[in-house]
Design a protein around this ligand. Structure first.
Ligand SMILES: C[S@@+](CC[C@H](N)C(=O)[O-])C[C@H]1O[C@@H](n2cnc3c(N)ncnc32)[C@H](O)[C@@H]1O
Length: 378
């Protein structure tokens, strides 16, 4: 098979960002895009699919569809998985992990399907070379995804390996906000290089780093290793990306926690940004002033995901009203003309801030049902 043939892929993404992802994949050169709940199905040649791994800011992974078949039961799923020439795809010394997703699947147990597909892969290897790959559920070399509906089984090889939102710059810990959700929100907010961006509750700096990397022409996958680099059936070489043309930007962030500000600074350096690319400082969000903007009369975007739990020294239920009232009062006084975007699980935040939202976009931060509110400050 020549590598310019179109093949089929599926890119999962945070729920609510499917259309944003479809637009992004189209710009990268993917075609026949179909946004579905939780992701986008598309076609691309192999080189373009590799580029999507390096350049998509919104996809969580890129899954390559290697086979699909109508199936009735567990036995047929095993036989179907056994029919795939796995040893042509990766070598037996690679560790594997199988995961199954069911959509209206009628089988009794998805775990059992995972087990049977894993058995089929191992059996196919055993009959080819007398050996079987080992299973590693933590850091496998190769991930196989099984999608099961009421009548169809589809097998995917995960091209990405580690999830694409793990960009490789974060110093420690789980992200409070996944990088691909932050990137999608920037696009929903209409942020582009040239528009000043300010996050006065910046934490580890996710919004600002995503935006500053975009403006600096640093690819999101620059520090990422990919599973496709271990594949045998297609060209595993990593595409060389010419660094993009840096564009002007004003990026500023502050947080009340000095340790988090230090973390954000280090994260920005790890992300390949110049020391002065983002201005960080320690400050209470209720007292912030506008950072300078690129041109007078061209205000910018304030983007925050404020704390939603009892983790910042106040009880949310008891103190959030007073806190957000003071936060919004300061913004109303000093940030006329700016647009404020807030990602929150708090459905009554607008009342607390005494501001009327101009837009309300449903989004999921992992399992959390959130809204992205837009407020026009006058
Ligand atoms: C959900 S986290 C934001 C996470 C951030 N978007 C990131 O990328 O890591 C909320 C942040 O609000 C900060 N915060 C809480 N109270 C604050 C205040 N009065 N002024 C400024 N920041 C505050 C917390 O320290 C925390 O970093």
């Amino acid at each position: 098979m020549t590598q310019s043939l179109l093949e089929q892929f599926f890119a999962p993404c945070p729920r609510g960002l499917e259309e944003v992802l479809a637009a992004e994949l189209s710009k990268i050169g993917c075609s026949q895009l179909k946004a579905q709940p939780g992701g986008v199905a598309f076609c691309a040649d192999w080189s373009t699919a590799k580029l999507a791994n390096l350049q998509s800011r919104v996809a969580s992974r890129i899954l390559w569809k290697i086979a699909g078949k109508a199936v009735r039961d567990e036995k047929e799923i095993y036989a179907f998985a056994l029919s795939v020439p796995w040893p042509e795809h990766f070598s037996v010394d690679r560790s594997i992990r199988v995961g199954t997703i069911g959509i209206q699947a009628t089988v009794r147990s998805l775990e059992f399907i995972t087990l049977r597909v894993k058995d089929a892969i191992c059996d196919r290897f055993r009959s080819a070379c007398g050996l079987r790959p080992s299973v590693d559920t933590q850091r496998p070399d190769i991930r196989i995804s099984v999608l099961l509906t009421d009548r169809q089984c589809t097998l995917y090889l995960d091209m990405s390996g580690e999830a694409l939102f793990k960009r490789g710059w974060r110093i420690a810990g789980e992200a409070p906000l996944r990088e691909n959700l932050a990137a999608g929100i920037l696009q929903l907010a209409g942020w582009q290089p040239g528009i000043a961006l300010f996050d006065p509750m910046c934490g580890s700096g996710t919004f600002l780093i995503e935006a500053a990397q975009t403006a600096s022409g640093v690819a999101p996958g620059a520090l990422h290793g990919f599973a496709f680099e271990k594949f045998l059936a297609r060209d595993p070489s990593r595409p060389f990306l010419q660094p993009g043309q840096p564009l002007p930007g004003i990026f500023a962030g502050s947080d009340i926690d000095p340790e988090l500000v230090a973390t954000a600074r280090q994260n920005a350096l790890n992300a390949g940004l110049a020391e002065d690319a983002i201005i960080f400082k320690v400050q209470d969000a209720r007292e912030v002033d506008p950072p300078c903007v690129l041109a007078p009369g061209q205000p910018g975007i304030i983007l925050i995901n404020p704390p939603y739990e009892e983790r910042i020294g106040f009880s949310y239920a008891k103190d959030a009203g007073v806190f957000f009232d003071a936060f919004a009062a300061n913004l109303k006084r000093k940030f006329a003309g700016w647009t404020l975007y807030v990602l929150t699980t708090d459905k009554s935040l607008q009342q607390k801030m005494r501001l009327k939202p101009a837009r309300r976009i449903p989004l999921f931060n992992g399992p959390l049902d959130c809204r992205l509110y837009r407020f026009d400050l006058r």
